[in-house]
Each structure stands twice: as structure tokens, then as C-alpha cells.
Design a binder for this molecule. Structure first.
Ligand code: FES
Length: 164
């Protein structure tokens, strides 16, 4: 934990004089967090070290969708719930994903397995509606996804965990 405190101090020092320092600092803090998120105690440390109110730090951390305030699973599955994808069956795909991983969505529309292997998110639109339904797995877009294809992808990820 000491190492982490020192690492965050180093991140703050590296960026503090930059334009848009807080954004760069939070990006680096999240990127270097082992579960790819911004824990409260790390946000507190950023605020204290920068000498700014914690509310200011939270306003940036909550404004941008790419910041996570909860631990992220090793594999992140994002299901598009926009209109085009909905019309082409994204709801059953989301339900299939949650069911096969055995995890429910929380109040923030996110689900993470207890072992931190998987996180499931929804997104309003990937901007690739012509390819609907669309999901992303670990940042890789899968277009015109079918229930069979999704089952294979999830099975491959689940199998990967057993071979580790
Ligand atoms: S609605 Fe899914 S990509 Fe646009």
C-alpha cells in the first residue's frame, strides 16, 4: 500500500503543472490500478496532494464514462443497448451474458463477478448501428453478434480462466 501511495504521489508530481492536470492524473491513477478503477482513498490522496477539494476530483471522475469507480473484472463485456441494437436483440444478448456468468446487474447497470474475472456493462451506442447488434469484449468490437457466437466467445473466456 505504501508503494501505491508513493506511486500516486509520483503521478501527481509528473502532471501537476500541465494544462488539464487533473484529467491526466486520474487517467494515470486508473491505468495503474490493478483493477482499473479509482478507489475513494486514491481520489482522496489526489485531492490532498493537489490541494483541491475532493468534490472537484469526484466531479471529473464521474463526468467521464471511461473512469470507473468500482473494480473492473479482468474481462470486460460491453453490450450496446441503443435503439438499433435493441431492435436486433441486444436485450436477450445482455440477459444471456449475465445468465451465463451468473452475475446480476447492480443499480449502476454494471455487473462484476465476485472473483473479478468478468465485468458486464451496457452502453447507449457504439456509433456502429449498421453493425447491430454490437458488443465489445475487452475493447474488441463484435458486430452482428448472435446468441451462438456470444456463447462461444464467453466460453472461450471462461475456458481461458481454467487454463491459467
Ligand atoms: S445502437 Fe448499438 S451501435 Fe448504435
Amino acid at each position: 500500500m505504501h508503494d501505491r501511495t508513493a506511486a500516486i504521489d509520483a503521478i501527481v508530481e509528473l502532471h501537476r503543472s500541465e494544462h488539464g492536470a487533473l484529467l491526466s492524473i486520474l487517467e494515470a491513477v486508473q491505468r495503474t490500478n490493478e483493477h482499473n478503477y479509482l478507489p475513494r482513498e486514491e481520489l482522496v490522496q489526489v485531492a490532498r496532494t493537489l490541494g483541491i477539494p475532493l468534490t472537484q476530483v469526484y466531479s471529473v471522475a464521474t463526468f467521464y464514462a471511461f473512469f470507473n469507480l468500482k473494480p473492473q473484472g479482468e474481462h470486460v463485456i460491453t453490450v450496446c443497448r441503443g435503439t438499433a441494437c435493441h431492435t436486433r436483440g441486444s436485450k436477450p444478448l445482455l440477459e444471456q451474458t449475465l445468465h451465463s456468468l451468473g452475475i446480476p446487474l447492480d443499480e449502476d447497470g454494471m455487473a462484476t463477478s465476485d472473483d473479478l474475472r468478468f465485468t458486464v456493462h451496457t452502453v447507449a451506442c457504439f456509433g456502429q448501428c449498421a453493425l447491430a447488434p454490437v458488443i465489445a469484449i475487452d475493447g474488441v468490437i463484435h458486430s452482428h453478434i448472435t446468441e451462438e457466437a456470444l456463447a462461444s466467445l464467453i466460453e472461450a473466456l471462461s475456458g481461458a480462466k481454467e487454463s491459467v
